[in-house]
Design a protein around this ligand. Structure first.
Ligand SMILES: [Zn+2]
Length: 107
């Protein structure tokens, strides 16, 4: 089962540009962004997906999602907040995409 987060990010094998981190949460600029401005927020502790996430972890993840999304919305006029499940989830470690396109762009 593919888990880029445990295998690459949290192991330190792949270096990322972090936006925020604490004991429980890491937020970083996506290494292969599909929004012009694209941050990923993920728990340090392995959680398979949103469906497996306990309430405390969910709250700490979404505190960071809210802060990042608020900044992107202020800078670029809005934000996408996306998490994938099942066949749509490429890496089986819970993560939330927070992205924005450049101001004025339509999508
Ligand atoms: Zn993992």
């Amino acid at each position: 089962m593919s888990d880029w987060y445990c295998d690459e990010l949290l192991s330190g094998r792949t270096t990322v540009e972090k936006v925020f981190e604490d004991d429980g949460v890491v937020a970083f600029w996506h290494t292969r962004p599909y929004y012009a401005h694209h941050v990923v927020v993920t728990p340090r502790r392995h959680v398979d997906s949103l469906l497996d996430c306990d309430a405390g972890t969910l709250a700490s993840i979404f505190e960071v999602v809210r802060a990042v999304a608020g900044q992107l919305a202020a800078d670029y006029g809005g934000a996408h907040i996306v998490t994938n499940l099942g066949k749509y989830q490429e890496s089986k470690h819970f993560h939330v995409h927070v992205g924005a396109d450049d101001e004025g762009a339509t999508a």
